[in-house]
Design a protein around this ligand. Structure first.
Ligand code: Q46
Ligand code: ZN
Ligand code: ZN
Length: 312
């Protein structure tokens, strides 16, 4: 297989794009794709102050690298969840994120959940009802809260995440299986800002996971290879697996599934105005919530601290 641009040996063959490229041309091609997505979805505004959520994985580090190569200034935010199973998943991720930032002279803001909230994510999960099965619901809730709080309080106007096409297609697939109209109405490459909420963007929403992985490897980016140990057996991994099997037989299916959804969404298929819950500021932390009184984040962590006090 040869590179379409120079005829040299291809480093990646993207059947879904009917395109093979050598390492050099691939490393030019992907940032161009990201620049196109930024433009196409109006992700960035001229005076934006950008924060990238960095997990230490391939997607977020590749995205931060691409921003730097495109000349787009962005600081990073790493949230240390305190997940120490699987040979220190969080410490390893934190180290790699720090090493990446230092080697490129980029600013990385670190929030340590245990230090800031009094318990790690696995501890919090074991202390609440929500964590009876997996820590993912308390984890997702906490990450969303911290990302928005740091962005809002520290003067960022936009938050970028490394969600790729495989992530987006799996979420879409899950929401479609359940016909979750509210979630479908809100799934988009850009989530506009609202009172108390910064704008969120997903510049890799059209980029296959294989492509971000190839980019990270070819750029020599050191990243955490392992998934979080709690991801194992999750519904979203199962949905990814199903979609991968279809993609194998029909290259490009994932992309067309996602893009056709965006088109249908734009044409009003999910525009039921009653689907969006009304938001008001949480009486404890001030972040927008649809829950009456205090938000689910504050309620959950109050419960964690109360249970911890009982057990001490
Ligand atoms: S939610 Fe669950 Fe992830 Fe948190 S506990 Fe791990 S798998 S990191 S995206
Ligand atoms: Zn080439
Ligand atoms: Zn709150």
């Amino acid at each position: 297989m040869n590179c379409r641009q120079c005829g040299g040996r291809a480093a990646i063959n993207m059947r879904h794009h009917k395109l093979a490229l050598c390492a050099e041309h691939y490393l030019e091609w992907l940032p161009e794709q990201v620049a196109r997505a930024l433009e196409m979805y109006g992700m960035l505004l001229p005076d934006d102050h950008l924060l990238v959520a960095v997990s230490g994985g391939k997607d977020s580090l590749a995205l931060w690298d691409i921003f730097a190569r495109l000349g787009i200034e962005a600081d990073g935010l790493f949230i240390d969840l305190g997940i120490e199973e699987a040979a220190g998943y969080s410490s390893q991720s934190r180290q790699l994120a720090q090493r990446f930032a230092e080697s490129r002279h980029l600013r990385l803001r670190i929030v340590d959940v245990s230090a800031e909230l009094g318990a790690s994510i696995p501890e919090a999960a074991s202390l609440t009802l929500r964590g009876r099965h997996k820590p993912c619901s308390v984890c997702g809730l906490t990450k969303r809260h911290i990302m928005n709080r740091i962005a809002r309080d520290e003067g960022y106007s936009v938050l970028a995440t490394g969600h790729n096409l495989d992530d987006e297609a799996a979420v879409l697939f899950g929401n479609t299986l359940n016909w979750s109209a509210g979630y479908l109405a809100r799934q988009a490459p850009v989530l506009d800002s609202a009172p108390g909420l910064v704008r969120k963007i997903k510049p890799f929403c059209r980029t296959y996971e294989r492509e971000t992985a190839a980019y990270a490897v070819l750029r020599g980016i050191e990243y955490v290879y392992e998934e979080c140990p709690h991801a194992e057996g999750s519904t979203s991994l199962y949905h990814k697996d199903v979609l991968n099997r279809i993609e194998e037989d029909r290259p490009g299916m994932k992309l067309s599934f996602y893009l056709s959804f965006l088109k249908a969404r734009q044409e009003g298929l999910f525009s039921n105005p009653t689907a969006s819950p009304e938001l008001h500021p949480c009486s404890a932390c001030g972040q927008p919530t649809s829950a009456p009184g205090i938000c689910t984040f504050c309620r959950t962590w109050d419960q964690v601290r109360a249970r911890r006090a009982q057990t001490e």
